[in-house]
Design a protein around this ligand. Structure first.
Ligand code: FDA
Length: 429
């Protein structure tokens, strides 16, 4: 019996560790397997090393999925407050940052230690590092439905939980193992793509903005989104967050958020001065102003925009970049400029349309969008509707959270929904 378990969980990341601990504490014999040498590396590097472990306000609208209501039941069954209570029981100090995001005061390792302690309390057996070489379905007399060949020998179980995550950050052991296994056993896969990821631009598009690398400011970024389904519906998704100019393109929370919605070939709209209508301010300032265009432009952009951005933007605009008007003179008095040229200058920053060439890819993406199609999973238990006893939890599933602690809350909530439903091996007469 030593190689027979009620449940085998593959993937000892956020979702796998949590699920294993809860199932173990429910009295199930649980084996947790991970091929990486270090446990939960993604938790360790998350939130800049402090792990943004949840968000105070979590709802289905904070997630992308081809089946947007799927996450509702699991999220309602295990809330941020439930996770906070667990964090509190382990004496982990935390603080709230921006927009309900909760972080550890000390280090993300606090969360890993907590998850490991919960596994210990549940008597979970953890094999790590241990590669899974093969997984087969079986119909054994003892009720086992799955056989695994692993580096540490064969094992069998009544139920199998796949918690192998997505493709982001391959250098710390990310694989598409779970998605491939699902496809092999007949599951549809929503195409995978990097999400919460910096955007890149062609060298031609980007060269005027290279001097702005390092500048960060609050912007309103928007993208048109087409909902799938029978009647496709267009709507605009917007985020008011910080944007960061880089040497290769754009990053920062605003861009990471919108990247999850961005489709190749699609233009983004960025308002670099969301608190001001720049054309109006410039035209107002014209009355009675003796100041130069450059001075009034910097004043119109306001304190939020660094001086270097105001200056570079105007220079580029006057050279015809950013939809600009050749012939505007930064050193000439504002009053000498035509209203229509000032309107164009204001609009260039209030409605900057820019076409990304691509993303920084899985090497820089915080998550992988797409995954195991949820229409073939139970939203109550995460069990496959195709293969009895098989479950998928966490990022491997086509549920992708916004930036801000939502992805971990999905990992905890989907793991809990699954763990509550797992059953011991049936008694054999
Ligand atoms: P996770 O990736 O955590 O775990 C999967 C496990 O499966 C890994 O341990 C891996 O080794 C293992 N595995 C993979 N293939 C295997 C195989 N073939 N055999 C055996 N084991 C295998 N989210 C958030 O809410 N707040 C935050 O602050 C951050 N910050 C953040 C920063 C960075 C840099 C990244 C890359 C990501 C984040 N995230 C985040 C996202 C978050 O880390 C992610 O959504 C969760 O870790 C997903 O949890 P899972 O358990 O599903 O996968």
């Amino acid at each position: 019996m030593s190689n027979v378990f009620d449940v085998i969980v593959v993937g000892a990341g956020a979702a796998g560790l949590f699920c294993a601990g809860v199932a173990g504490q429910r009295g199930l014999r649980v084996l947790l397997i991970d091929h990486a040498a270090k446990v939960a590396e993604k938790v360790r590097i998350s939130g800049g090393g402090r792990c943004n472990f949840t968000n105070r306000e979590v709802g289905p609208t904070n997630f992308l999925s081809e089946n947007p209501h799927f996450c509702r039941s699991a999220l309602a069954g295990y809330t941020p407050q439930d996770f906070l209570a667990l964090v509190g029981r382990h004496g982990i100090a935390w603080h709230e940052k921006h927009k309900g995001q909760l972080f550890c005061n000390h280090k993300a390792d606090d969360i890993i230690r907590m998850l490991l302690a919960e596994c210990d309390q549940g008597g979970v057996t953890r094999w790590q590092p241990c590669a899974v070489q093969d997984i087969r379905r079986t119909l054994a007399d003892d009720g086992c439905r799955f056989e695994l060949d692993t580096e540490r020998g064969p094992v069998r179980a009544h139920q199998l939980v796949i918690a192998t995550g997505g493709l982001s950050i391959p250098k710390i052991g990310a694989t598409d193992f779970g998605q491939r296994l699902a496809a092999q056993w007949g599951h549809a896969i929503v195409p995978l793509r990097p999400a919460l990821v910096p955007l890149t631009f062609s060298a031609d598009t980007w060269s005027p903005f290279v001097p702005l690398a390092g500048i960060s400011l609050e912007v309103l970024v928007s993208a048109e989104v087409v909902d799938g389904g029978k009647r496709s519906r267009h709507h605009t998704v917007s985020f008011l967050e910080d944007l960061l100019f880089t040497h290769r393109g754009l990053s920062g929370p605003a861009i990471l958020q919108i990247s999850s919605f961005w489709q190749p070939g699609q233009t983004l709209q960025i308002n670099l001065a969301p608190q001001h209508e720049l054309a109006g301010l410039l035209k107002q300032a014209k009355v009675g102003s003796r100041k130069q265009l450059a001075t009034e432009w910097a004043l119109a952009l306001g304190d939020a925009a660094p001086q270097r951005l105001a200056q570079t933007w105007l220079e580029q605009f006057c050279q015809g970049s950013t939809g600009g008007v050749v012939g505007l003179r930064p050193g000439a008095p504002l009053a000498e400029h035509k209203d229509k040229d000032l309107e164009a200058l204001g609009a260039s920053a209030n409605h900057w349309h820019i076409l990304p060439a691509g993303t920084e890819g899985y090497a820089k993406a915080e998550v992988t969008a797409g995954g195991v199609d949820t229409r073939e999973l139970s939203s109550q238990t995460m069990e496959s509707k195709r293969v009895a006893g098989l479950h998928f939890i966490g990022e491997v599933v086509d549920v992708t959270g916004w930036l801000g602690g939502y992805n971990f809350q999905w990992a905890w909530a989907s793991a809990m929904a699954c763990a509550r439903a797992l059953q011991p091996l049936p008694e054999v007469a």
